[in-house]
Design a protein around this ligand. Structure first.
Ligand code: NAP
Length: 262
């Protein structure tokens, strides 16, 4: 099968949650495709013990410009600051709102603080990112595109995940609503919806467990026969940011190995 190649030469991309997992793969994908990448995360170092090089340094080693801006996406002013930082490179062309928090637990025992925290990161963080990037693009008169990270949970309920699923449902509708409002300005807004991806989110789950899985509301067999890799999501996000996707907006692109078709 042909490999995917993209050309983001001369473009500036911000990836929130870019230090780890899916965000790290996205940032790296844009960087190796020639983009200047700003990694915006609460942590500088990647989570995975085997991958000790911070994402922005990895991208620099590949030959592209990259910068790390410590950012808590729950704070609107910090999100605005990272968008402002992109002006040094000509302004943000692609804003990837990917930072997220997973919190599993029985809804009957969940505290208001726990519920709010996951909503603050996954919903407020995405909204602030869409808003700040769109305002900046409009101020500069340079429409770009926005890619949010949704989830299979944007459509499907899973056990012990009301608090998480409700955030990803909101990401779906922020994506659609913003796409509608920003279309007249030439700004496209889409989302990738990862299935179960091999990151710390699903730590401890093995390929054999998927193969043997009964449908228990969380684990079930994946038609394409494997859990996803962060790179699968990175390719989909990069595609949505290309000219090839110029007639696509408001879309939730499922990248789940067929998880949702059965
Ligand atoms: P991950 O490895 O935990 O990466 C998430 C990154 O976001 C981490 O570096 C995390 O830092 C950072 N972050 C957390 N709170 C933040 C905040 N307030 N401001 C800025 N950065 C923050 O998880 P992942 O699996 O790559 O998930 C990335 C996205 O994919 C999330 O939106 C998630 O909901 C979505 N997703 C994942 C899966 C999956 O199976 N993995 C499936 C569907 C959707 P800390 O580690 O310090 O918190």
């Amino acid at each position: 099968m042909a490999t995917t190649s993209f050309d983001f030469d001369g473009e500036t991309v911000i990836v929130t949650g870019g230090s780890s997992g899916i965000g790290r793969a996205m940032a790296t994908r844009f960087g190796e495709s020639g983009a200047t990448v700003i990694v915006a995360d609460v942590r500088e170092d990647p989570k995975d013990v085997d991958e000790e090089t911070p994402t922005h340094e990895l991208i620099r080693e590949m030959g592209s410009d990259a910068e790390y801006v410590e950012t808590d996406v729950t704070d609107r002013s910090q999100v605005e600051s990272v968008v402002e930082a992109a002006r040094e490179y000509g302004g943000v062309d692609v804003m990837v709102n990917n930072a997220g928090l997973f919190l599993e637990g029985d809804m009957l025992d969940l505290s208001p603080e726990e519920f709010r925290q996951v909503h603050r990161v996954n919903v407020d963080g995405v909204f602030f990112g869409v808003q700040a990037a769109a305002n900046d693009m409009l101020d500069r008169g340079e429409p770009g595109c926005i890619v949010n990270t949704a989830s299979i949970s944007s459509n499907e309920a899973q056990f012990d995940q009301v608090q998480y699923d409700s955030t990803k449902g909101a990401v779906r509708m922020i994506t659609r609503g913003a796409a509608l409002e920003l279309a007249e300005h030439g700004i496209r807004v889409n989302a990738v919806a990862p299935g179960q991806i091999a990151t710390e989110f699903v730590e401890g789950l093995t390929e054999e467990m998927y193969e043997d899985a009964e449908n228990d509301g969380f684990l079930k067999p994946i038609p394409l026969g494997r859990p996803g890799e962060p790179e699968d999501i990175a390719d989909a996000a990069a595609f949505l940011a290309t000219e090839g996707a110029s007639y696509i907006t408001g879309e939730l692109l499922q990248v789940d190995g067929g998880w949702q078709v059965c």
